[in-house]
Design a protein around this ligand. Structure first.
Ligand code: GDP
Ligand code: IMO
Ligand code: MG
Length: 428
């Protein structure tokens, strides 16, 4: 619901057992999801967080951009740890990230027309999606298994070498070797071949057969390329509206949408962040929440819960229920603040502004709530929560306008409270 890293990996893993299929619908290796099962910690970038349950099919759909060496590394890592991956499927429509995309990401990230850097994950995500939409220089997974794959690599590499050289004004760009790239990626293609399918057909058939599908997001709704804090966003539709387009399943088949939100707020990379705390309180949240990037290791920027932003993304995503994660991180604070409105040019608004300059300008209007001192990582029902923690959850429900169906009080599967029957569709 905010800028990602809100523990959706944990929630997807928990809900997987109640589904036949988990389908990741966007992004690529820019994501970093963490799943904790007792002593076992799994960091996943590409593979859906449902992979730990062998009876559930895990599908990477058309909307995802695949980085083959990272994906294969993840597959090998899981196999080495005894996690079967024969339940993984990859869409032949997924676009492939090549070394030129990473070189372009590096060059473009050094300065945007906006004057502030986006601070991407440098995984080639934006350039790959740009080529997808541009069409002429794109290669999909299905193309890697066709006879003209080699010609495509040579043609595109030649064009890219010329354009990328001009992007590196200091002349530091070393031309890419098409033959080497082809050999490397042809070998990846052979290893990926057994997993490749027409995922759109697979999912539409699953719908016809009344199977249950869990659509797994990545990034965060405020990073949505159309509805987020543009241009400080990722390059796909990372709010709920993206599920249908990325997976190829009409929205009318989606019965329930769960919005995953941290009990506070974080952001990695550049861009406006109205409730950011550049002080000791922000540092305390960073330390208690271990807020360092799963993908890049960067310290995450931290701030108070922003009910204006979450109400907006909850509505854009069409959520039915909120899953409030990492509430335990907020224990031991004397008081907690929630942003209930913005002040923009002397006026109070509760609308999330559409232009980045206005989002930069807004001043949060805060409501202060009393904190609680006790640790809550052992809580297993709402009754176990201190009164002030419960009041904090209820106030978020009121301000965002949707019920909280899950409260997470620690990284482990067990540290989860299902608060009501609002998740009945997901869990029956
Ligand atoms: P994702 O990208 O949304 O899956 O989230 P990340 O994995 O990037 O970051 C979330 C981090 O918080 C991970 O290290 C999780 O193991 C951890 N985590 C998940 N739920 C909780 C929780 O309720 N409390 C705490 N303290 N940590 C959690
Ligand atoms: P998960 O799924 C947090 C951010 C980057 C950068 C912007 C654009 O783990 O929540 P990109 O490499 O996508 O072009 O970077 O988006 N970003 C994320 N921030 N969590 C993520 O994924 C992110 N994926 C991208 O930091 O600001
Ligand atoms: Mg993450």
């Amino acid at each position: 619901m905010q800028w990602g890293d809100e523990a959706k990996g944990k929630l997807v893993d928990l809900l997987t057992q109640h589904h036949d299929i988990v389908a990741r619908f966007l992004g690529g290796a820019n994501a970093g999801h963490t799943v904790v099962d007792g002593e076992n910690v799994y960091k996943l970038h590409h593979i859906p967080s449902g992979i730990l349950r062998s009876e559930v099919l895990n599908v990477i759909t058309a909307g995802v951009v695949i980085n083959p060496p990272i994906l294969l590394g993840e597959m090998d890592g899981l196999t080495d740890r005894g996690v079967p991956i024969d339940n993984l499927r990859l869409s032949d429509r997924s676009h492939i990230i090549f070394p030129w995309h990473i070189a372009e990401d590096r060059a473009m990230n050094q300065g945007t027309a906006d004057g502030e850097n986006i601070g991407t994950t440098l995984r080639g995500i934006g350039p790959c999606y740009r080529d997808k939409v541009g069409r002429s220089y794109a290669i999909r997974l299905g193309d890697m298994m066709r006879p003209n794959f080699k010609d495509k690599v040579f043609m595109i590499c030649d064009k890219k070498n010329r354009t990328i050289a001009s992007m590196y004004e200091d002349g530091s760009f070393e031309p890419l070797d098409a033959a080497k790239i082809y050999d490397e990626f042809a070998a990846y293609a052979e290893r990926l071949r057994p997993f490749v399918c027409d995922s759109t057909d697979l999912l539409l058939n699953a719908v016809d057969d009344h199977k249950t599908i869990l659509f797994e997001g990545a990034q965060g709704a405020l990073l949505d390329v159309d509805h987020g804090t543009y241009p400080f966003v990722t390059s796909s539709n990372s709010s709920g509206v993206g599920a249908s387009a990325g997976a190829g399943v009409p929205a009318k088949h989606i019965d329930q949408v769960i919005g995953v939100a941290k009990a506070y707020s974080t952001r990695v990379g550049g861009g406006p962040f109205p409730t950011e705390l550049n002080d000791e309180t922000g540092e305390k949240i960073r330390i208690r929440g271990n807020e360092f990037g799963t993908t890049t290791g960067r310290p995450r920027r931290t701030g108070w819960f922003d009910a204006v932003a979450v109400r907006y993304t909850a509505r854009v995503s069409g959520i039915d229920v909120l899953s409030l994660m990492m509430l335990d991180v907020l224990s031991t604070f004397d008081e907690l603040k929630i942003c209930v409105a913005y002040e923009l040019d002397g006026e109070q608004i509760t609308r999330f502004p559409s232009h980045v300059d206005d989002i930069r300008k807004v001043k949060p209007v805060y409501e202060t709530l009393p904190g609680w001192q006790e640790e809550i990582t052992g809580a297993r029902s709402m009754d176990d929560l201190p009164e002030n923690a419960l009041a904090y959850v209820r106030r978020i429900e009121e301000l965002v306008g949707f019920p909280v169906g899950v409260v997470s009080v620690g990284p482990d599967r067990k540290q989860t409270i299902f608060t009501s029957d609002v998740l009945k569709l997901a869990t029956t």
